[in-house]
Design a protein. Structure first.
Length: 135
């Protein structure tokens, strides 16, 4: 069943990508019945917001991204009101990069880098820009 729900599509794609059984994902996310995963994938039911974190962990995706998608789709007025404040939220992946940068550079971070090192860092960051994943 094709769905227009971005959340449902993302969950379906991640289940396929991780090659996990839906019953295992349901268990990891804290659902009592595994058929809820099928219902979410089909867009017949929404992912409960209290399950966003565990579901993101089970699907190996960023919980902030999943929460943003859920709020935008399920509660658009609320999302519109809080979206400007969410831009400053840091994801776990971003925190990992920042922690690695701090550990490598020490000192006042970018100020501690030489001009050559800054150029390499900018080049590296530019290389990370890939086409957006379809959601």
């Amino acid at each position: 069943m094709e769905t227009t729900s971005p959340v449902a599509r993302l969950i379906s794609e991640r289940i396929d990508a991780t090659e996990q059984l839906q019953k295992d994902i349901a268990m990891k996310a804290g659902f009592d019945k595994p058929n809820i995963i099928t219902m979410i994938k089909q867009g017949k039911t929404r992912l409960p917001l209290d399950k966003v974190g565990p579901m993101a962990q089970a699907l190996e995706i960023d919980p902030v991204q999943l929460l943003e998608m859920c709020l935008e789709e399920y509660q658009p007025a609320t999302w519109k009101a809080i979206a400007p404040y969410m831009k400053s939220a840091i994801t776990q992946d971003e925190l990992s990069l920042l922690t690695a940068l701090r550990a490598s550079v020490g000192g006042p971070y970018l100020l501690a880098l030489s001009d050559g090192a800054k150029a390499h860092l900018e080049s590296f960051i530019a290389s990370l820009r890939a086409p957006a994943i379809t959601q």
